[in-house]
Design a binder for this molecule. Structure first.
Ligand code: PGA
Length: 261
């Protein structure tokens, strides 16, 4: 696992956007797995700015979703489909047909999960999956004690995650759904490159456990330790709990330029 410590959220967004742009220059129809929440927003803004400036052609990019609330009506502004349409698909000028995601309003949730797994496989798998991390160590909506081999399925959110996300629902935790569809940890680990992004002091403990703690279902993000190409991009605040921070800094500073992320 590579850990890259950058000064702030803006620098993190620029670095990850440039990594996505570089991938799209090599593979114009790359399948980019995107995440919701506040942390990745600087990435999407930086990537859209690069596209607008002609630094990268994103017109053939394909986008896929990591997770989705269950039970919100289709088109609800806080459904993750709506959020990704608003923050990624529309700013990049992509046709909605280039965007894959699970149907959280389906009658048969199990069938919707299986369908989504099939669509990801048929699309050739995810080239780069961007991940946020919950304060409880979740990736996607794989809450603590999710199977490290799990596939896309229904999960129940912890009270902490619902409290963390209440800000998107007018501050009212009761409006935050209990249930979600999420790519499983086994599903996420099949992406060819995982990029976990964390900024702010509130993520420092979860980041330290992910990077330096034991591999444990109690900290789902620690599954990145098993991936052959996992990059953790953190700002100084989110890196503040890392014992090996100086090593990570020097490794990145002396990294051969051609290796990129
Ligand atoms: P956040 O969410 O980026 O809004 O902190 C991260 C997550 O829950 O995965």
């Amino acid at each position: 696992m590579e850990v890259v410590i950058v000064p702030d959220a803006g620098a993190a967004g620029e670095l990850v956007a440039e990594t996505m742009a570089d991938l799209l220059r090599r593979k114009p129809d790359a399948l980019l797995g995107v995440a919701t929440g506040s942390t990745p927003l600087p990435v999407y803004r930086a990537l859209a700015a690069k596209a607008a400036a002609g630094a990268v052609d994103t017109s053939r990019a394909r986008i896929c979703q990591l997770d989705e609330y269950v039970g919100l009506p289709a088109g609800h502004p806080e459904s993750y489909r709506s959020v990704i349409l608003r923050e990624v698909v529309e700013p990049l000028g992509l046709d909605e047909a280039r965007f894959l995601g699970p149907d959280g309003s389906a009658e048969d949730i199990r069938a919707a999960c299986e369908k989504y797994e099939g669509e990801l496989a048929a699309a050739g798998g995810v080239d780069l999956q961007l991940l946020g991390i919950g304060t409880d160590g979740h990736i996607g909506f794989n809450e603590p004690c999710s199977s490290l081999a799990s596939r896309t399925r229904l999960k129940t959110l912890t009270r902490q995650t619902r409290a963390d996300n209440a800000r998107f629902f007018g501050g009212d935790i009761d409006q935050v759904p209990h249930h979600v569809i999420t790519q499983g940890i086994g599903t996420i680990l099949e992406a060819r490159h995982l990029v976990l992004l964390a900024t702010g002091e509130g993520k420092a403990e979860a980041v330290a456990q992910t990077v330096e703690g034991p591999l444990s279902a109690l900290v789902p993000a620690s599954a990145l330790q098993m991936h052959p190409h996992a990059t953790v991009v953190v700002d100084e605040a989110a890196a503040s709990g890392l014992k090996l921070a100086d090593y990570f800094r020097s490794a990145y500073e002396t990294k051969p330029h051609w290796q990129k992320l």
